[in-house]
Design a protein around this ligand. Structure first.
Ligand SMILES: [Zn+2]
Ligand SMILES: [Zn+2]
Length: 296
């Protein structure tokens, strides 16, 4: 049977060419064509900090998708939102959280999928000159991955130098650096502007500057396509899948209860129908290594 989305077109709101990651999984998975709608999504917040993001990644992604749907006069909309920082489960490493939303105004529902992953180059360093950044550059996968440079500390010196001409933070941030020559110039300029003589070099997390991030977004597209292939047995709506968890695993050694869930709850995005099923990873008991009593 043909998927209800087969041959249809969905609007993807993006400023940074995300269709290169999402088009193939959705076309191959459910026959859905992705059309990029270019919108200046910086109004919802920037990774480099000039504009702060308000609301959760899911709320932001929904607003982005709506904006693209309006602009593209489309009843199907798609958007993603990424967050980067300390990994939520693995100590001392960086992590990313990517969320994708699909809005379907024909059938009247929306759904989302999220990936939390350690696959990211998210990092920064503070240096006086280019030569001090060598190990960071390897870790950041430069130059295949872009960089951002800004003065480490802006104060009196900065305001004095730039005066009223460029008197804001944004103008001193240089984004999308992909070669050593531009990087050296940017570090020298920003170090000279900074109160402490240091330039802050950051990984550029915008999708088209970051192939590692694009790979995670592609994985998210595959996850979404898989979800869309499963339909609700009650109302036939596509996108039946895991929405939350329930229950608690018992330790295989001492039998005591843990915080880890034992079941998944799968729900319909449109009607009330949901069902509780065992974990899809096949885990039925807690490894004593993670037990509070066996391994405190
Ligand atoms: Zn135990
Ligand atoms: Zn349903």
């Amino acid at each position: 049977m043909q998927h209800p989305y087969f041959g249809k077109t969905i609007s993807l709101t993006t400023k940074h060419k995300k269709a290169s990651a999402l088009a193939l999984p959705l076309l191959a998975g459910v026959g859905l064509r992705v059309r990029e709608i270019e919108v200046d999504t910086d109004i919802f917040g920037t990774f480099s900090g000039e504009i702060e993001r308000k609301g959760t990644p899911l709320e932001t992604a929904l607003k982005k998708a709506r904006l693209g749907m309006r602009k593209g006069s489309s009843e199907l909309g798609l958007a993603t939102e990424g967050s980067f920082g300390a990994h939520p489960y693995i100590p001392f490493i960086a992590g990313c959280e990517e969320t994708i939303v699909l809005i379907d105004d024909v059938n009247g529902f929306h759904l989302s999928e999220t990936i939390i992953s350690a696959k990211t180059n998210f990092s920064f360093c503070e240096v006086r000159k280019l030569e001090d950044a060598e190990s960071f550059l390897r870790q950041a996968k430069f130059p295949s991955h872009g960089l951002i440079v800004k003065p480490n500390q802006l104060g009196i010196k900065f305001i004095h130098r730039l005066g009223r001409l460029l008197g804001n933070f944004q103008s001193s941030t240089i984004k999308g650096i992909q070669d050593r020559c531009s990087l050296k110039l940017a570090i020298d300029k920003c170090a000279a502007l900074s109160n402490d003589g240091l330039a802050r070099v950051e990984t550029d997390m915008r999708a088209y500057m970051n192939p590692t991030r694009l790979r995670v977004i592609r994985e998210l597209g595959v996850k979404l396509a898989r979800r869309l292939r499963s339909s609700c047995t009650e109302c036939g709506c596509p996108g039946f899948g895991q929405t939350t968890v329930s229950g608690f695993l018992n330790c295989s050694e001492c039998g005591c209860t843990s915080e880890s869930p034992s079941h998944e709850i799968h729900s319909c995005a449109r009607c009330e129908y949901s069902k509780t099923v065992p974990r899809s990873d096949g885990v039925t008991s807690l490894d004593p290594m993670y037990c509070q009593r066996c391994n405190p």
